[in-house]
Write a protein of this length. Structure first.
Length: 225
């Protein structure tokens, strides 16, 4: 087999036992990297490190992949104006959210003779939503239905992706602002100093109303004495 050492240098064609011995002496693994070659190609490397790097790249690739939901909106060939507007508005909302829209036209048996009615609806929907979406696929009448898939335009996808990334930061900022505006615990009111005790021989100073009420009582005490 053809051997590549740990530094990436070509060693040449060597017996299997020699390749294994070189790998053991290096404290690394002997990994087959070209099974279809003649002779097969093997390399001395750290298999655990290589596996970790591959898994890391796969995780990063999955993060960059943008998954788009598909929402279905159903029409009938003889749909009235009000229902058409409601369903088209629903499709518009889905596209603004960065989702694909599957537009399906369902035909009853007696309507199968008029497939052009379905084509007219698909044409109208695609024209009204042209600023938001492009036609990804469109089928002719098949098993009583016509299907058209609308995909959001790149600028719509970028807008929704940016909004999703900004949402956690905005939520954290709002939470911090709420915490900053919360009233602090009310401090206990300072106790007023107690009134000084009256000196001997002096009458305690009373409020005006109490003093007026006390005069008749003192007068009554004087008469009784």
């Amino acid at each position: 087999m053809r051997l590549i050492d740990a530094d990436g240098a070509q060693v040449g064609v060597v017996p299997v036992e020699e390749a294994r011995k070189r790998a053991e002496e290096s404290g690394l693994d002997l990994v087959e990297v070209g099974a279809s070659a003649n002779p097969p190609v093997v390399r001395i490397l750290d298999w655990g490190k290589l596996k970790y790097e591959r898994e890391k790249k796969a995780r990063e690739s999955r993060k960059k992949t943008h998954v788009i939901d598909v929402k279905e909106v159903k029409y009938r060939p003889n749909i009235d104006k009000h229902d058409y507007e409601i369903k088209t508005q629903r499709a518009r909302r889905f596209l603004n959210q960065g989702k694909k829209v599957k537009v399906t036209i369902f035909f009853r048996y007696r309507q199968l003779r008029r497939p052009e009615l379905g084509d007219l609806i698909l044409d109208k929907v695609s024209e009204e939503l042209a600023e938001l979406a492009t036609i990804e696929s469109r089928t002719r009448l098949d098993s009583r239905r016509m299907i058209m898939v609308l995909a959001p335009r790149p600028n719509i996808i970028q807008k929704t992706t940016a909004a999703k990334k900004a949402a956690p930061a905005a939520s954290a900022t709002a939470g911090q602002a709420t915490a900053d505006q919360a009233p602090s615990a009310q401090e206990p009111a300072a106790e007023e100093p107690a009134a000084a005790a009256p000196a001997d021989g002096e009458a305690a100073e009373l409020p005006a109303a109490e003093a007026v009420a006390a005069e008749p009582a003192r007068a009554a005490e004087g008469h009784s004495g």
